[in-house]
Design a protein around this ligand. Sequence first.
Ligand code: ZN
Length: 473
Amino acid sequence: MTLKVFNNLTKRKEEFVPVEKGKVNMYVCGPTVYDYIHIGNARSFVAFDVIRRYLEYKGYKVTYVSNLTDVDDKTIRRAKERRISIQQLGEKYSDAYFDDLTKLGMKKPDINPRATQHIEEIIDLIQILIDKKYAYVVDGNVYYDISKFEDYGKLSGNKAEALEAGARIEVDPRKRNPADFALWKRQKSEEPAWNSPWGKGRPGWHIECSVMSMKYLGETLDIHAGGKDLIFPHHENEITQSEAATGKPFAKYWLHNEWLTVNGEKMSKSLGNFITAHEAIEKYGSQVVRLFLVSVHYRSHIDFNDRSLKQAKRNLEKLFNAMEMFEALREEHKSAGGKELFKQVEKIRQKFEEAMDDDFNTSLAVSALFSLTRKINLYVKDHGEIETEVKKKIRGIVKRLVEDVFGIKMERRKPETDKLVENLMKLIIEIRRQLRERGDWETADDIRAKLKALELVLEDTPKGTEWKIESEP
Ligand SMILES: [Zn+2]
């Protein structure tokens, strides 16, 4: 079956043909390490992780590179506020990022290059652009001249002329065109800076990604991906400067994921609906968050809300229940049934693949998966046994689809409690007991309700109060 992907460069679904047969070089714009990643970032990283996994499922050898932006205006500002170096800041949040990726079931990118470790290569590429007259130096800054590149705007549709006509804020009058962007920024007081032929300074954001992607993946990548918000100016500028330098197409396929909203609104710190990936995982569990994220096609808008997450939780439970009952079937070497079920499972696997081959339609693939659990449930209802060989094959298929492609571990999350939690719960129960003794039923009930919201259930028994974690997949 042929794989089709929606290429945002041509705005069409195209047959996927990598530069080199059997291999895929893929670059995904990574986070700026100045804060925890939010659930919108997680959506993007999970979407492209599933795409990578599916390419591997199809037999491609994928090299997956995702950068860390560890020097830009945001990192510099945040480090200054906290009176630490950008290195310390970057260390803290890149650790947190990798931790979140692991919890979210992401395969680790093969390479995670950091901008600050590629300054030399960045300077080299800027020099090439200056030599080729695409870039010019103004007082320690280097700008890219967008009017020199004929195809400017081919990804975003923002043409150079239109950008010039539009009102721009704070245009440096020494720029040749108002929309020319900085490849190298001259050092402002006390900012982190590196030596360069144009004086002390630091790289612009766009050039980092061009340099790091081409260094590890070659001058023409198969897939360049990121959130929709990166199309302009980031990806447009990456194309411009890379193609000007090499004279070759920079990436064959451009993939962008749609927005994520929270309770129907755009996530923002000012609205108070800002959710980090870490918080979402703590609240719902990583498998539930992951299933929720893959339930929607990456090019469709997704809304993060309690109802949808609870639905994902119920769905995950259904899947686990079906597989547990399936595992409990008695095994018989001969004559036992299951062959008909196997045929049905095979058909559903084909449907799953058809959906994924159509621009990675995970939404339809998830539906296929749940029709599979229904078939298993029907079988289990009427049979107590299954042929050993058939059982093994079906188990193998489910594992490949759920674990290998979707990245969801087929294990129930065990309630993790440690001594600290045990002791804290004892303390809370004791305080609540004293409140009840004093007749403060209202506060005691409030404590119980608030614990319930945290999925901690209190049960008052004749022997005293006991607690448990609400049943979870
Ligand atoms: Zn980037």
